[in-house]
Design a protein around this ligand. Sequence first.
Ligand SMILES: O=C(O)c1ccc(O)c(O)c1
Ligand SMILES: [Mg+2]
Length: 606
Amino acid sequence: MRTSIATVSLSGTLTEKLTAAARAGFDGVEIFENDLTGSPLGPEEIRERAADLGLTIDLFQPMRDIEAVPADEFARNLRRAEHKFRLMRRLGTGTVLVCSSVSPYAVDDDALAAEQLHRLAGLAQESGVRVAYEALAWGRHVSTYEHAWRIVEAADHPALGVCLDSFHILARGSDVTGIEAIPGDRIFFLQLADAPQMALDVLQWSRHHRCFPGQGDLDVAGLVRAAVRAGYDGPLSLEVFNDVFRQADAGRTAVDARRSLTLLQESAGLTAPPAPVVPTGFAFVEIATADTARIAPLLTALGFSRTARHSGKPVDLWEQGEARILLNTDTGSHRPDPSLTAVGLESPDPAGAAARAESLLAPVLPRRRAPGDAPLDAVAAPDGTEFFFCVTDGPGDGQRSGDAGRSGWTGDFAPTPHTPAPIGITRVDHVALTQPWHHFDEATLFHRGVLGLRPHASVDLADPYGLLRSRAASNEDGTVRIALGVGASPTEDPARGGRPQHVALLTDDLVTTVRRALAAGSRLLPVPANYYDDLAAHHEFAPGELETYRELGILYDRDEKGEFRHCYTVTTGRVFFELVERGGGYDGYGARNAPVRLAAQHALAE
Ligand SMILES: O=C(O)c1ccc(O)c(O)c1
Ligand SMILES: [Mg+2]
Protein backbone atom coordinates (compact mmCIF):
# COMPACT_ATOMS: atom_id res chain seq x y z
CA MET A 1 0.00 0.00 0.00
CA ARG A 2 1.10 3.57 -0.58
CA THR A 3 2.59 5.46 2.34
CA SER A 4 1.92 9.05 3.25
CA ILE A 5 2.59 11.53 6.04
CA ALA A 6 0.77 14.66 7.14
CA THR A 7 2.89 17.80 7.06
CA VAL A 8 1.76 18.54 10.62
CA SER A 9 3.89 15.58 11.77
CA LEU A 10 7.15 17.28 10.75
CA SER A 11 8.91 20.50 11.72
CA GLY A 12 10.03 23.32 9.46
CA THR A 13 8.79 25.03 6.33
CA LEU A 14 6.58 23.25 3.84
CA THR A 15 9.58 22.78 1.54
CA GLU A 16 11.59 21.24 4.36
CA LYS A 17 8.71 18.94 5.22
CA LEU A 18 8.25 17.78 1.63
CA THR A 19 11.97 17.16 1.23
CA ALA A 20 12.14 15.19 4.48
CA ALA A 21 9.12 13.06 3.57
CA ALA A 22 10.52 12.27 0.12
CA ARG A 23 14.02 11.44 1.42
CA ALA A 24 12.58 9.03 3.98
CA GLY A 25 10.79 7.18 1.19
CA PHE A 26 7.16 8.26 1.58
CA ASP A 27 5.00 8.15 -1.52
CA GLY A 28 2.77 11.07 -0.60
CA VAL A 29 1.77 13.76 1.88
CA GLU A 30 -1.31 15.26 3.48
CA ILE A 31 -0.97 19.01 3.34
CA PHE A 32 -2.15 20.90 6.37
CA GLU A 33 -3.74 24.19 5.54
CA ASN A 34 -1.44 26.17 7.88
CA ASP A 35 1.60 24.85 6.07
CA LEU A 36 0.22 26.06 2.77
CA THR A 37 -1.02 29.41 4.05
CA GLY A 38 2.36 30.17 5.56
CA SER A 39 4.35 29.11 2.52
CA PRO A 40 5.86 31.62 0.10
CA LEU A 41 5.19 29.08 -2.67
CA GLY A 42 1.96 29.27 -4.65
CA PRO A 43 -0.25 26.17 -4.98
CA GLU A 44 1.14 25.36 -8.44
CA GLU A 45 4.70 25.69 -7.19
CA ILE A 46 3.93 23.37 -4.28
CA ARG A 47 2.39 20.89 -6.67
CA GLU A 48 5.47 21.04 -8.84
CA ARG A 49 7.86 20.76 -5.89
CA ALA A 50 6.03 17.68 -4.63
CA ALA A 51 6.04 16.11 -8.09
CA ASP A 52 9.77 16.79 -8.51
CA LEU A 53 10.33 14.99 -5.22
CA GLY A 54 8.21 12.06 -6.38
CA LEU A 55 5.41 12.82 -3.90
CA THR A 56 1.69 12.87 -4.51
CA ILE A 57 -0.50 15.21 -2.50
CA ASP A 58 -2.99 12.72 -1.16
CA LEU A 59 -5.09 14.95 1.07
CA PHE A 60 -5.75 18.58 1.87
CA GLN A 61 -6.96 19.28 5.39
CA PRO A 62 -8.80 20.24 7.46
CA MET A 63 -12.10 21.86 6.67
CA ARG A 64 -13.98 22.46 9.89
CA ASP A 65 -17.45 23.21 11.20
CA ILE A 66 -19.34 22.62 7.97
CA GLU A 67 -22.36 20.47 8.76
CA ALA A 68 -25.60 20.51 10.76
CA VAL A 69 -25.81 24.29 10.97
CA PRO A 70 -28.60 26.82 10.17
CA ALA A 71 -29.12 27.58 6.46
CA ASP A 72 -27.43 30.99 6.41
CA GLU A 73 -24.40 29.59 8.19
CA PHE A 74 -24.28 26.67 5.75
CA ALA A 75 -24.43 29.04 2.78
CA ARG A 76 -21.32 30.77 4.13
CA ASN A 77 -19.67 27.37 4.63
CA LEU A 78 -20.34 26.39 1.03
CA ARG A 79 -18.76 29.61 -0.18
CA ARG A 80 -15.70 28.82 1.92
CA ALA A 81 -15.68 25.27 0.53
CA GLU A 82 -15.87 26.44 -3.08
CA HIS A 83 -12.80 28.53 -2.49
CA LYS A 84 -10.93 25.56 -1.00
CA PHE A 85 -11.98 23.23 -3.83
CA ARG A 86 -10.51 25.69 -6.35
CA LEU A 87 -7.31 25.76 -4.33
CA MET A 88 -7.20 21.96 -4.31
CA ARG A 89 -7.40 21.82 -8.09
CA ARG A 90 -4.43 24.14 -8.29
CA LEU A 91 -2.60 21.95 -5.77
CA GLY A 92 -3.48 18.82 -7.67
CA THR A 93 -5.06 17.00 -4.78
CA GLY A 94 -8.29 15.08 -5.04
CA THR A 95 -9.46 14.59 -1.45
CA VAL A 96 -10.33 17.04 1.31
CA LEU A 97 -10.81 16.10 4.94
CA VAL A 98 -13.83 17.52 6.74
CA CYS A 99 -13.73 17.16 10.54
CA SER A 100 -16.98 16.66 12.42
CA SER A 101 -18.19 20.00 13.68
CA VAL A 102 -17.22 21.48 17.04
CA SER A 103 -19.20 24.66 16.32
CA PRO A 104 -21.65 25.97 18.91
CA TYR A 105 -24.07 26.54 15.98
CA ALA A 106 -24.12 22.86 15.07
CA VAL A 107 -27.28 21.00 16.02
CA ASP A 108 -27.77 17.37 16.92
CA ASP A 109 -29.58 16.43 13.72
CA ASP A 110 -28.14 13.60 11.61
CA ALA A 111 -30.62 14.16 8.79
CA LEU A 112 -29.55 17.80 8.47
CA ALA A 113 -25.85 16.81 8.68
CA ALA A 114 -26.40 14.23 5.91
CA GLU A 115 -28.30 16.66 3.70
CA GLN A 116 -25.67 19.37 4.03
CA LEU A 117 -22.78 16.95 3.48
CA HIS A 118 -24.61 15.72 0.38
CA ARG A 119 -24.73 19.27 -0.96
CA LEU A 120 -21.07 19.80 -0.06
CA ALA A 121 -20.14 16.58 -1.89
CA GLY A 122 -22.12 17.75 -4.94
CA LEU A 123 -20.10 20.93 -5.04
CA ALA A 124 -16.90 18.94 -4.55
CA GLN A 125 -17.79 16.65 -7.41
CA GLU A 126 -18.29 19.63 -9.73
CA SER A 127 -14.73 20.66 -8.83
CA GLY A 128 -13.44 17.16 -9.41
CA VAL A 129 -12.64 16.47 -5.76
CA ARG A 130 -14.13 14.32 -3.00
CA VAL A 131 -14.84 14.77 0.68
CA ALA A 132 -13.64 12.49 3.50
CA TYR A 133 -15.67 13.02 6.67
CA GLU A 134 -13.79 12.36 9.92
CA ALA A 135 -15.26 12.05 13.41
CA LEU A 136 -13.11 14.04 15.83
CA ALA A 137 -13.13 12.27 19.20
CA TRP A 138 -14.31 15.58 20.68
CA GLY A 139 -16.79 16.43 17.91
CA ARG A 140 -19.82 18.30 19.22
CA HIS A 141 -22.44 15.81 18.06
CA VAL A 142 -20.43 13.34 15.98
CA SER A 143 -17.49 11.80 17.80
CA THR A 144 -17.34 8.15 16.66
CA TYR A 145 -16.54 6.60 13.31
CA GLU A 146 -19.76 4.57 13.43
CA HIS A 147 -21.77 7.78 13.70
CA ALA A 148 -19.78 9.49 10.92
CA TRP A 149 -20.39 6.46 8.67
CA ARG A 150 -24.17 6.46 9.42
CA ILE A 151 -24.32 10.08 8.27
CA VAL A 152 -22.17 9.41 5.18
CA GLU A 153 -24.35 6.41 4.31
CA ALA A 154 -27.50 8.47 4.70
CA ALA A 155 -26.02 11.33 2.63
CA ASP A 156 -25.45 8.78 -0.14
CA HIS A 157 -23.20 10.71 -2.51
CA PRO A 158 -20.35 9.13 -4.50
CA ALA A 159 -18.04 12.07 -3.69
CA LEU A 160 -18.55 11.58 0.06
CA GLY A 161 -16.81 8.94 2.19
CA VAL A 162 -15.27 8.62 5.62
CA CYS A 163 -11.77 9.29 6.86
CA LEU A 164 -10.77 6.88 9.62
CA ASP A 165 -8.21 8.21 12.10
CA SER A 166 -6.78 5.58 14.43
CA PHE A 167 -6.29 8.09 17.23
CA HIS A 168 -9.91 9.25 17.38
CA ILE A 169 -11.14 5.67 17.17
CA LEU A 170 -8.77 3.97 19.61
CA ALA A 171 -8.58 6.84 22.11
CA ARG A 172 -12.31 6.40 22.67
CA GLY A 173 -11.89 2.66 23.05
CA SER A 174 -14.16 2.00 20.05
CA ASP A 175 -14.45 -1.52 18.69
CA VAL A 176 -12.65 -1.61 15.34
CA THR A 177 -14.53 -4.64 14.02
CA GLY A 178 -17.33 -2.26 12.94
CA ILE A 179 -14.91 -0.91 10.30
CA GLU A 180 -15.32 -4.15 8.37
CA ALA A 181 -18.99 -3.28 7.82
CA ILE A 182 -18.01 -0.14 5.85
CA PRO A 183 -17.53 -0.82 2.12
CA GLY A 184 -13.82 -0.35 1.41
CA ASP A 185 -14.42 2.13 -1.40
CA ARG A 186 -16.32 4.41 0.98
CA ILE A 187 -13.28 4.66 3.25
CA PHE A 188 -11.64 7.55 1.45
CA PHE A 189 -8.66 7.94 3.75
CA LEU A 190 -6.87 6.22 6.64
CA GLN A 191 -4.89 8.31 9.12
CA LEU A 192 -2.62 6.55 11.56
CA ALA A 193 -1.26 7.63 14.89
CA ASP A 194 -0.47 5.95 18.17
CA ALA A 195 -0.40 7.50 21.65
CA PRO A 196 0.69 6.51 25.13
CA GLN A 197 -2.22 5.73 27.48
CA MET A 198 -2.94 8.90 29.46
CA ALA A 199 -5.79 10.07 31.65
CA LEU A 200 -6.08 13.37 29.83
CA ASP A 201 -8.71 15.42 28.06
CA VAL A 202 -8.89 13.76 24.62
CA LEU A 203 -8.30 16.98 22.66
CA GLN A 204 -5.12 17.79 24.60
CA TRP A 205 -4.05 14.17 24.35
CA SER A 206 -4.51 14.26 20.57
CA ARG A 207 -2.92 17.63 19.90
CA HIS A 208 0.22 17.10 22.00
CA HIS A 209 0.90 13.45 22.65
CA ARG A 210 0.28 11.47 19.50
CA CYS A 211 3.26 9.42 18.37
CA PHE A 212 4.14 7.12 15.52
CA PRO A 213 2.60 3.64 15.52
CA GLY A 214 4.53 1.30 17.79
CA GLN A 215 5.67 4.14 20.06
CA GLY A 216 2.49 4.23 22.16
CA ASP A 217 -0.07 1.85 23.59
CA LEU A 218 -2.83 1.75 20.94
CA ASP A 219 -3.47 -1.26 18.71
CA VAL A 220 -2.98 0.56 15.42
CA ALA A 221 -2.12 -2.66 13.57
CA GLY A 222 -5.49 -4.17 14.55
CA LEU A 223 -7.24 -1.15 13.07
CA VAL A 224 -5.22 -1.36 9.84
CA ARG A 225 -6.13 -5.04 9.53
CA ALA A 226 -9.82 -4.17 9.92
CA ALA A 227 -9.60 -1.43 7.26
CA VAL A 228 -7.81 -3.78 4.86
CA ARG A 229 -10.42 -6.49 5.47
CA ALA A 230 -13.06 -3.88 4.66
CA GLY A 231 -11.36 -3.46 1.27
CA TYR A 232 -9.57 -0.15 1.87
CA ASP A 233 -6.65 0.20 -0.51
CA GLY A 234 -5.75 3.89 -0.24
CA PRO A 235 -2.66 5.30 1.44
CA LEU A 236 -1.53 4.48 4.97
CA SER A 237 -0.96 7.98 6.22
CA LEU A 238 0.68 9.12 9.43
CA GLU A 239 -0.95 12.09 11.13
CA VAL A 240 0.90 12.83 14.33
CA PHE A 241 0.47 15.97 16.40
CA ASN A 242 3.39 15.87 18.82
CA ASP A 243 5.13 18.67 20.68
CA VAL A 244 8.54 17.04 20.38
CA PHE A 245 8.34 16.22 16.67
CA ARG A 246 7.28 19.80 15.99
CA GLN A 247 10.74 20.86 17.21
CA ALA A 248 12.93 17.98 16.13
CA ASP A 249 14.87 17.72 12.90
CA ALA A 250 12.37 16.94 10.12
CA GLY A 251 14.66 14.59 8.20
CA ARG A 252 15.23 12.47 11.22
CA THR A 253 11.57 12.44 12.28
CA ALA A 254 10.56 11.40 8.77
CA VAL A 255 12.92 8.40 8.90
CA ASP A 256 11.55 7.45 12.33
CA ALA A 257 8.04 7.76 10.87
CA ARG A 258 8.84 5.64 7.84
CA ARG A 259 10.43 2.96 10.03
CA SER A 260 7.30 2.96 12.18
CA LEU A 261 5.13 2.48 9.13
CA THR A 262 7.20 -0.46 7.87
CA LEU A 263 6.91 -2.10 11.29
CA LEU A 264 3.18 -1.41 11.31
CA GLN A 265 2.78 -2.95 7.86
CA GLU A 266 4.74 -5.95 9.11
CA SER A 267 2.46 -6.31 12.19
CA ALA A 268 -0.62 -5.99 10.01
CA GLY A 269 0.71 -8.69 7.66
CA LEU A 270 1.07 -6.30 4.71
CA THR A 271 4.82 -6.50 4.18
CA ALA A 272 7.55 -8.88 5.19
CA PRO A 273 10.90 -7.16 5.73
CA PRO A 274 13.82 -9.45 6.66
CA ALA A 275 12.70 -11.23 9.85
CA PRO A 276 13.86 -9.95 13.23
CA VAL A 277 16.96 -11.65 14.60
CA VAL A 278 16.69 -11.59 18.37
CA PRO A 279 20.09 -11.27 20.06
CA THR A 280 20.99 -13.98 22.56
CA GLY A 281 23.45 -12.16 24.80
CA PHE A 282 26.00 -9.40 25.13
CA ALA A 283 29.19 -10.10 23.22
CA PHE A 284 30.91 -6.98 24.57
CA VAL A 285 30.52 -3.42 25.70
CA GLU A 286 32.95 -0.89 24.26
CA ILE A 287 34.24 2.10 26.15
CA ALA A 288 36.23 4.83 24.45
CA THR A 289 38.96 6.59 26.39
CA ALA A 290 42.01 8.46 25.20
CA ASP A 291 43.96 7.09 28.11
CA THR A 292 43.22 3.61 29.45
CA ALA A 293 44.80 4.63 32.76
CA ARG A 294 41.58 6.50 33.46
CA ILE A 295 39.49 3.36 33.63
CA ALA A 296 41.87 0.39 33.85
CA PRO A 297 42.26 0.67 37.66
CA LEU A 298 38.48 0.69 38.04
CA LEU A 299 38.15 -2.45 35.88
CA THR A 300 40.97 -4.16 37.74
CA ALA A 301 39.32 -3.43 41.08
CA LEU A 302 36.12 -4.97 39.68
CA GLY A 303 38.00 -8.19 38.92
CA PHE A 304 38.54 -7.73 35.17
CA SER A 305 41.82 -8.64 33.49
CA ARG A 306 43.21 -7.41 30.24
CA THR A 307 43.24 -10.65 28.27
CA ALA A 308 43.91 -9.62 24.67
CA ARG A 309 44.75 -6.81 22.30
CA HIS A 310 43.30 -6.22 18.83
CA SER A 311 45.77 -7.06 16.09
CA GLY A 312 45.13 -3.89 14.07
CA LYS A 313 43.44 -1.32 16.30
CA PRO A 314 44.20 0.33 19.63
CA VAL A 315 41.63 -1.81 21.40
CA ASP A 316 42.12 -3.94 24.52
CA LEU A 317 39.84 -6.76 25.59
CA TRP A 318 39.12 -7.02 29.32
CA GLU A 319 37.32 -10.10 30.57
CA GLN A 320 35.74 -11.71 33.58
CA GLY A 321 33.48 -14.72 33.18
CA GLU A 322 31.37 -13.97 30.12
CA ALA A 323 31.58 -10.22 30.68
CA ARG A 324 33.75 -8.55 28.04
CA ILE A 325 34.73 -4.91 27.91
CA LEU A 326 36.64 -3.35 25.05
CA LEU A 327 38.73 -0.28 25.80
CA ASN A 328 39.27 1.70 22.64
CA THR A 329 41.76 4.58 22.72
CA ASP A 330 40.86 5.68 19.21
CA THR A 331 38.23 8.06 20.56
CA GLY A 332 38.38 10.44 17.61
CA SER A 333 35.76 12.81 18.98
CA HIS A 334 34.93 15.33 21.63
CA ARG A 335 32.92 12.87 23.71
CA PRO A 336 33.40 12.92 27.46
CA ASP A 337 36.15 10.52 28.44
CA PRO A 338 35.50 7.71 29.12
CA SER A 339 32.24 7.12 27.24
CA LEU A 340 30.22 4.05 26.38
CA THR A 341 30.30 3.97 22.60
CA ALA A 342 29.36 0.52 21.35
CA VAL A 343 27.59 -2.67 22.31
CA GLY A 344 28.26 -6.06 20.76
CA LEU A 345 25.15 -8.22 20.62
CA GLU A 346 25.52 -11.96 20.31
CA SER A 347 23.57 -12.74 17.16
CA PRO A 348 22.40 -16.07 15.74
CA ASP A 349 22.51 -14.44 12.27
CA PRO A 350 24.59 -11.24 12.05
CA ALA A 351 24.02 -10.76 8.32
CA GLY A 352 20.27 -11.25 8.77
CA ALA A 353 20.23 -8.77 11.64
CA ALA A 354 22.05 -6.20 9.49
CA ALA A 355 19.69 -6.81 6.57
CA ARG A 356 16.69 -6.16 8.80
CA ALA A 357 18.32 -3.03 10.23
CA GLU A 358 18.97 -1.75 6.74
CA SER A 359 15.39 -2.40 5.62
CA LEU A 360 14.27 -0.35 8.62
CA LEU A 361 16.46 2.59 7.60
CA ALA A 362 18.96 2.15 10.41
CA PRO A 363 22.29 3.70 9.50
CA VAL A 364 24.50 0.73 8.69
CA LEU A 365 28.06 1.55 9.69
CA PRO A 366 31.02 1.18 7.42
CA ARG A 367 33.02 -1.81 8.49
CA ARG A 368 36.15 -0.37 9.93
CA ARG A 369 38.05 -3.51 9.21
CA ALA A 370 41.63 -4.36 8.72
CA PRO A 371 42.35 -7.09 6.15
CA GLY A 372 41.77 -10.47 7.78
CA ASP A 373 39.46 -9.13 10.49
CA ALA A 374 36.21 -10.96 11.08
CA PRO A 375 33.35 -9.18 9.31
CA LEU A 376 31.33 -7.06 11.69
CA ASP A 377 27.85 -5.91 10.93
CA ALA A 378 26.94 -2.78 12.84
CA VAL A 379 24.28 -0.09 12.97
CA ALA A 380 24.03 3.23 14.77
CA ALA A 381 21.20 3.65 17.27
CA PRO A 382 19.38 7.00 17.50
CA ASP A 383 21.70 8.15 20.32
CA GLY A 384 24.80 7.31 18.27
CA THR A 385 25.65 4.12 20.18
CA GLU A 386 26.99 1.55 17.74
CA PHE A 387 25.44 -1.89 17.87
CA PHE A 388 27.49 -4.75 16.46
CA PHE A 389 25.87 -8.03 15.55
CA CYS A 390 28.45 -10.65 16.37
CA VAL A 391 29.37 -14.18 17.20
CA THR A 392 31.70 -14.86 20.08
CA ASP A 393 33.77 -17.98 19.61
CA GLY A 394 33.79 -20.34 22.54
CA PRO A 395 36.99 -22.20 23.42
CA GLY A 396 38.07 -24.35 20.49
CA ASP A 397 35.84 -22.55 17.96
CA GLY A 398 38.82 -21.25 16.02
CA GLN A 399 38.14 -23.66 13.17
CA ARG A 400 34.94 -21.76 12.44
CA SER A 401 36.82 -18.74 11.19
CA GLY A 402 36.69 -19.98 7.58
CA ASP A 403 32.90 -19.80 7.75
CA ALA A 404 32.27 -16.29 6.46
CA GLY A 405 29.90 -14.28 8.58
CA ARG A 406 30.04 -16.68 11.47
CA SER A 407 33.65 -16.34 12.44
CA GLY A 408 34.13 -14.89 15.87
CA TRP A 409 35.27 -11.35 16.50
CA THR A 410 37.63 -12.55 19.24
CA GLY A 411 39.79 -14.07 16.50
CA ASP A 412 41.00 -10.52 15.76
CA PHE A 413 42.50 -10.29 19.24
CA ALA A 414 45.87 -11.66 20.31
CA PRO A 415 45.99 -12.97 23.90
CA THR A 416 48.14 -11.05 26.38
CA PRO A 417 49.66 -12.58 29.49
CA HIS A 418 47.52 -11.93 32.54
CA THR A 419 46.68 -13.28 35.96
CA PRO A 420 42.94 -13.53 36.48
CA ALA A 421 41.60 -12.12 39.76
CA PRO A 422 37.84 -12.44 39.35
CA ILE A 423 35.40 -11.24 41.99
CA GLY A 424 32.41 -13.32 40.85
CA ILE A 425 31.06 -11.39 37.87
CA THR A 426 29.50 -13.79 35.38
CA ARG A 427 28.29 -11.56 32.53
CA VAL A 428 26.79 -8.21 31.56
CA ASP A 429 23.27 -7.94 32.99
CA HIS A 430 22.21 -4.73 31.28
CA VAL A 431 23.43 -1.57 29.66
CA ALA A 432 21.79 1.74 30.55
CA LEU A 433 21.90 4.28 27.75
CA THR A 434 20.67 7.81 28.30
CA GLN A 435 18.93 9.32 25.32
CA PRO A 436 18.67 12.86 24.03
CA TRP A 437 15.17 13.96 25.19
CA HIS A 438 13.82 14.39 21.68
CA HIS A 439 14.85 10.90 20.55
CA PHE A 440 13.30 8.77 23.25
CA ASP A 441 10.30 7.39 21.33
CA GLU A 442 12.48 6.88 18.28
CA ALA A 443 14.98 4.96 20.43
CA THR A 444 12.29 2.70 21.90
CA LEU A 445 10.98 1.83 18.47
CA PHE A 446 14.52 1.25 17.20
CA HIS A 447 15.34 -1.18 20.00
CA ARG A 448 12.12 -3.09 19.38
CA GLY A 449 11.98 -3.03 15.62
CA VAL A 450 15.62 -3.08 14.59
CA LEU A 451 17.25 -4.97 17.47
CA GLY A 452 14.33 -7.35 18.09
CA LEU A 453 13.93 -6.54 21.81
CA ARG A 454 10.66 -6.40 23.73
CA PRO A 455 9.96 -3.06 25.41
CA HIS A 456 8.83 -3.01 29.04
CA ALA A 457 6.61 -0.42 30.69
CA SER A 458 7.99 3.07 31.04
CA VAL A 459 8.68 4.35 34.57
CA ASP A 460 9.29 7.86 35.90
CA LEU A 461 12.10 8.15 38.40
CA ALA A 462 12.50 11.13 40.71
CA ASP A 463 15.85 12.87 40.48
CA PRO A 464 16.61 15.74 42.91
CA TYR A 465 16.96 18.05 39.89
CA GLY A 466 14.45 16.62 37.45
CA LEU A 467 12.59 13.56 36.41
CA LEU A 468 14.18 10.60 34.66
CA ARG A 469 11.98 8.55 32.39
CA SER A 470 13.22 5.02 31.92
CA ARG A 471 12.12 2.23 29.66
CA ALA A 472 13.86 -1.09 29.35
CA ALA A 473 13.84 -3.48 26.43
CA SER A 474 14.99 -7.08 26.66
CA ASN A 475 15.03 -10.42 24.91
CA GLU A 476 12.77 -13.17 26.23
CA ASP A 477 15.17 -14.82 28.66
CA GLY A 478 16.64 -11.55 29.91
CA THR A 479 20.17 -12.22 28.66
CA VAL A 480 20.03 -8.94 26.72
CA ARG A 481 18.63 -5.98 28.60
CA ILE A 482 18.96 -2.36 27.58
CA ALA A 483 17.56 0.38 29.79
CA LEU A 484 16.84 3.61 27.93
CA GLY A 485 16.67 6.72 30.06
CA VAL A 486 15.83 10.31 29.32
CA GLY A 487 15.59 13.49 31.29
CA ALA A 488 17.79 16.54 31.33
CA SER A 489 19.25 17.52 34.62
CA PRO A 490 19.86 21.27 35.01
CA THR A 491 22.93 20.66 37.13
CA GLU A 492 24.66 18.68 34.49
CA ASP A 493 27.35 20.14 32.33
CA PRO A 494 26.36 19.65 28.67
CA ALA A 495 30.05 19.34 27.84
CA ARG A 496 29.96 16.07 29.76
CA GLY A 497 27.57 14.75 27.15
CA GLY A 498 24.44 14.42 29.23
CA ARG A 499 23.59 12.02 31.97
CA PRO A 500 26.06 9.25 32.65
CA GLN A 501 25.54 5.82 31.15
CA HIS A 502 26.27 2.56 32.86
CA VAL A 503 27.07 -1.10 32.50
CA ALA A 504 25.48 -3.48 35.00
CA LEU A 505 27.46 -6.61 35.78
CA LEU A 506 25.82 -9.78 37.06
CA THR A 507 27.00 -11.87 39.98
CA ASP A 508 25.43 -14.85 41.74
CA ASP A 509 26.47 -13.55 45.14
CA LEU A 510 26.57 -9.79 45.46
CA VAL A 511 27.73 -9.65 49.08
CA THR A 512 30.84 -11.69 48.33
CA THR A 513 31.49 -9.81 45.09
CA VAL A 514 31.22 -6.43 46.83
CA ARG A 515 33.55 -7.48 49.64
CA ARG A 516 36.11 -8.54 47.04
CA ALA A 517 35.60 -5.37 45.01
CA LEU A 518 36.18 -3.23 48.09
CA ALA A 519 39.21 -5.27 49.07
CA ALA A 520 40.59 -4.71 45.55
CA GLY A 521 40.17 -0.95 45.93
CA SER A 522 36.78 -0.25 44.29
CA ARG A 523 35.08 3.01 45.20
CA LEU A 524 31.35 2.43 45.57
CA LEU A 525 28.57 4.98 45.75
CA PRO A 526 27.73 5.79 49.38
CA VAL A 527 24.09 5.22 50.30
CA PRO A 528 22.39 7.37 52.97
CA ALA A 529 21.43 5.70 56.28
CA ASN A 530 17.82 6.87 55.81
CA TYR A 531 17.52 4.44 52.92
CA TYR A 532 18.12 1.46 55.20
CA ASP A 533 15.60 2.71 57.79
CA ASP A 534 13.06 2.91 54.98
CA LEU A 535 14.01 -0.55 53.74
CA ALA A 536 13.49 -2.01 57.22
CA ALA A 537 9.95 -0.59 57.19
CA HIS A 538 9.18 -2.26 53.84
CA HIS A 539 10.63 -5.74 54.15
CA GLU A 540 11.55 -8.30 56.76
CA PHE A 541 15.13 -9.50 56.63
CA ALA A 542 17.06 -12.37 58.12
CA PRO A 543 19.11 -11.40 61.19
CA GLY A 544 22.16 -9.40 60.10
CA GLU A 545 21.07 -9.15 56.46
CA LEU A 546 20.09 -5.49 56.50
CA GLU A 547 23.21 -4.59 58.48
CA THR A 548 25.33 -6.21 55.77
CA TYR A 549 23.61 -4.15 53.09
CA ARG A 550 24.08 -1.00 55.16
CA GLU A 551 27.76 -1.77 55.70
CA LEU A 552 28.43 -2.43 52.02
CA GLY A 553 26.10 0.15 50.42
CA ILE A 554 23.90 -2.49 48.79
CA LEU A 555 20.42 -1.52 47.58
CA TYR A 556 17.59 -4.04 47.73
CA ASP A 557 14.28 -4.62 45.98
CA ARG A 558 11.77 -7.46 45.92
CA ASP A 559 8.76 -8.23 43.76
CA GLU A 560 6.35 -11.14 43.48
CA LYS A 561 8.91 -13.08 41.45
CA GLY A 562 12.15 -12.58 43.33
CA GLU A 563 14.79 -10.35 44.85
CA PHE A 564 17.26 -7.82 43.48
CA ARG A 565 20.46 -6.64 45.13
CA HIS A 566 22.59 -3.97 43.53
CA CYS A 567 25.19 -1.27 44.09
CA TYR A 568 27.11 1.26 42.03
CA THR A 569 30.64 2.44 41.47
CA VAL A 570 31.40 6.14 41.38
CA THR A 571 31.26 7.78 37.95
CA THR A 572 34.33 8.32 35.75
CA GLY A 573 33.82 10.57 32.73
CA ARG A 574 30.37 9.57 31.58
CA VAL A 575 30.49 5.96 32.75
CA PHE A 576 29.80 4.05 35.93
CA PHE A 577 29.22 0.41 36.74
CA GLU A 578 26.50 -1.36 38.64
CA LEU A 579 26.87 -4.74 40.29
CA VAL A 580 23.65 -6.74 40.39
CA GLU A 581 22.32 -10.02 41.71
CA ARG A 582 18.96 -11.31 40.51
CA GLY A 583 17.20 -13.83 42.74
CA GLY A 584 14.26 -15.91 41.53
CA GLY A 585 12.61 -14.41 38.49
CA TYR A 586 13.10 -10.73 39.39
CA ASP A 587 12.78 -8.99 36.03
CA GLY A 588 13.19 -5.31 36.93
CA TYR A 589 16.02 -2.86 37.51
CA GLY A 590 15.42 -1.66 41.06
CA ALA A 591 13.40 1.37 39.90
CA ARG A 592 12.28 1.90 43.48
CA ASN A 593 15.88 2.63 44.44
CA ALA A 594 16.71 4.88 41.53
CA PRO A 595 15.87 8.16 43.33
CA VAL A 596 18.32 7.23 46.11
CA ARG A 597 21.00 6.38 43.59
CA LEU A 598 20.43 9.60 41.63
CA ALA A 599 20.55 11.70 44.81
CA ALA A 600 23.74 9.95 45.92
CA GLN A 601 25.35 10.61 42.53
CA HIS A 602 24.45 14.29 42.70
CA ALA A 603 25.78 14.50 46.28
CA LEU A 604 29.10 13.07 45.14
CA ALA A 605 29.34 15.36 42.11
CA GLU A 606 28.87 18.52 44.19
O1 LIG B 1 -6.98 18.37 16.18
C1 LIG B 1 -7.59 18.65 15.15
O2 LIG B 1 -8.26 19.66 15.03
C2 LIG B 1 -7.56 17.71 14.02
C3 LIG B 1 -7.60 18.16 12.71
C4 LIG B 1 -7.56 17.27 11.67
C5 LIG B 1 -7.46 15.91 11.91
O3 LIG B 1 -7.40 15.01 10.92
C6 LIG B 1 -7.42 15.47 13.20
O4 LIG B 1 -7.31 14.16 13.41
C7 LIG B 1 -7.45 16.34 14.25
MG1 LIG C 1 -7.14 13.00 11.66
